[in-house]
Ligand binder design. Structure first.
Ligand code: HAS
Length: 555
């Protein structure tokens, strides 16, 4: 039985003004999903060899729209919307100044996104979401990216400001777990995005404006991956926030351990940045010693995910047994399988088991030689970000949006959300499965349909490319379904109160050591590890720089 006080706590609402800011971000995220998702469908159709794009639209043009809108825009905007709501819900309403920073950040990011997206749509920047040099985009594309990064810092400062205020008002106490997690994620983001900011401002912008003729490709890719790998954890950590803090409440249980959750987040801060070389294992110009070192650090960053898996299993088992589940697996049946807020992220968690195993294969130096630049890697990130992360975000949207709009998820919408997740999992298994298998046969990633001059090996890939189109079509149906549910929650669902679920820590958990919130210690270790992993190889790259490259426009 919940007491009146507990019920009142459950109904703590995100302040209406903070909710508006969060919703503004969420709108942009779902617009990006609609356009980016359509481009994804077109891509798989083109690659199947059965469809040609009309009106002179290029394959790499839609591939760039797809990657930028889904990989960068959908994720960043949903994360910011979710984090703003999470901080406001757990640490209190934002001050006017913090909220103003949030709005300024939002508009700077949105102006930047619009500028970059326009250049991509005009076919002036078909450089894919990694915008590797020497492919050269229009300068407005890079300027837009710079604005997105600066905007994220401004918006992030508002969220961090609330945390600082909370700690000042509550000296000696552990901060609310969800706010703490947001601050770890933002700290990681700020430290890593400095790399891509340097790349864009000092290398790509002057080069695309014609102020310099040539670009150092090796350095630019190194700066990109210094940012690019933590970027994937910037996507993952909000999903982990939902798993650690929201899911226990949704299933009626408790957070297994506050200390373990904080430790796992801090380990991400330490180990997710000095590992970018695992994307450059076949790159000439970096000595194998530094590659090996960063592979070791990559395997370290697997540990917090294993801690998370342990913690989730513990949460589920304890709750299932409390509900009377017996035997080795009896507790499993007791979980609330009919509740979309649980089942949708759960499917994401289950997908992370093969997805994470694939990541460990990628990171293994020798095995990377086999999979690098094949479509296996595309299969990997469609399981990690496009299933684990995205399904968790969809599951969160099903309570977050109605919480912010003052509506409710009806029984029919709950059912549709479950069907949506099953459709997604089915479509993704076909698409990502085909990508993994044919990647092992050598099929390249980032490539338009080609028979490669009638080569027998390329002919073997075609059935898998058709399977990818079948999976992609099913996934597109999944996108239509989720957009339908989101529109319902935004504008049409019945009015009512929806909870923003925030779990409580189990009474059996160990007390959280305050050292876990000693930022001086953790940021010092974080910076020391980055300097250790990058200083010597970057100096070497600059001293023995390869000849620069002029820009290429191959589209
Ligand atoms: Fe990755 C390439 C290595 C995780 C995203 N990755 C990429 C790219 C993207 C990406 C976008 O080392 C392509 C970039 C490009 O365009 O070139 N990745 C890893 C490793 C991990 C990993 C070691 N990746 C992710 C995550 C991503 C992501 C997370 C997005 C969100 N990745 C690589 C490497 C490459 C790479 C190389 C470069 C390849 C190349 O050559 O180009 C690890 O973090 C994975 C650890 C995860 C686990 C799984 C733990 C399981 C959990 C679930 C528990 C389940 C429960 C439910 C409780 C060890 C936590 C129970 C359910 C039941 C049914 C029982």
């Amino acid at each position: 039985m919940t007491t009146v006080a507990e019920r009142a706590k459950d109904l703590v609402k995100v302040d209406r003004r903070d909710g508006k800011l969060a919703l503004a971000h969420i709108y942009v995220a779902f617009i990006a999903l609609a356009i980016g998702g359509l481009c994804g469908l077109l891509q798989t159709l083109v690659r199947s060899g059965t469809f040609t794009l009309p009106w002179g639209i290029g394959y790499y043009q839609i591939l760039t729209v797809h990657g930028v809108l889904l990989g960068l825009v959908l994720t960043t905007y949903f994360i910011f919307g979710f984090q703003i709501a999470a901080v406001s819900r757990t640490s209190g309403t934002l001050t006017d100044k913090q909220r103003m920073l949030g709005w300024v950040g939002f508009w700077v990011m949105t102006i930047g996104t619009t500028a970059s997206a326009t250049m991509v749509l005009l076919n002036q920047a078909s450089v894919l979401y990694t915008f590797y040099a020497p492919l050269q985009a229009h300068w407005i594309f890079y300027a837009g990216l710079a604005l997105v990064i600066v905007g994220s810092w401004i918006g992030g400062a508002g969220q961090i400001g609330k945390y600082i205020e909370w700690r000042k008002a509550n000296p000696g106490q552990s901060s609310p777990l969800l706010t703490f997690m947001v601050v770890v994620n933002l700290s990681m983001w700020i430290v890593c995005s400095l790399g891509v900011a340097v790349e864009v401002l000092f290398q790509l912008l002057p080069w695309s404006l014609g102020w310099v003729d040539k670009v150092d490709v090796l350095l630019s890719r190194t700066l990109f991956w210094y940012f690019g790998h933590p970027l994937v954890y910037f996507w993952l950590l909000p999903a982990y926030m939902v798993w650690y803090v929201v899911i226990p409440k949704v299933i009626g249980g408790k957070i297994f351990s506050d200390a373990l959750a904080r430790l796992s987040f801090m380990l991400f801060l330490l180990f997710s940045i000095p590992v970018g070389f695992h994307h450059q294992l076949v790159e000439p110009g970096i000595s194998s010693f530094w590659k090996f070192l960063q592979v070791v650090l990559t395997l370290m960053v697997v540990i917090p995910s294993l801690l998370t898996a342990f913690s989730m299993f513990a949460t589920f088992e304890i709750r299932g047994r409390a509900l009377g589940g017996k035997g080795v697996l009896g507790w499993f049946k007791k979980l609330p399988w009919g509740d979309a807020r649980f089942l949708v992220p759960f499917i994401g968690m289950a997908a992370f088991i093969p997805a994470g195993a694939g990541g460990i294969i990628n990171a293994s130096h020798q095995m990377n030689q086999l999979v690098h630049n094949t479509i296996w890697v595309t299969g990997h990130f469609h399981l990690t970000v496009a299933t684990t992360v995205v399904l968790t975000f969809f599951g969160a949207a099903y309570w977050l949006i109605p919480h912010l709009t003052g509506r409710v998820l009806t029984k029919q919408m709950n059912k549709l959300a479950i069907i949506q997740a099953i459709v997604w999992a089915f479509g993704m298994s076909i698409m990502s499965g085909a990508m993994h298998i044919v990647g092992l046969f050598g099929a390249p990633r980032r490539s338009d349909f080609s028979t490669y001059g009638g080569s027998a090996q390329a002919a073997e890939w075609i059935p898998y490319q058709i399977a990818q189109a079948v999976g992609g079509t099913i996934l597109f149906i999944g996108i239509v379904l989720v957009l339908y549910i989101v529109a319902n929650l935004l504008w049409f669902a019945p009015k009512g109160e929806t909870e923003f679920p925030v779990g409580e820590v189990s009474e059996n958990a160990e007390k959280t050591p305050m050292a876990l919130e000693n930022w001086k210690i953790w940021l010092t270790i974080c910076i020391a590890l980055i300097l250790f992993a990058y200083t010597v190889p970057v100096i070497d790259m600059i001293q023995n720089a390869p000849p620069g490259s002029k820009g290429f426009k191959l589209w």
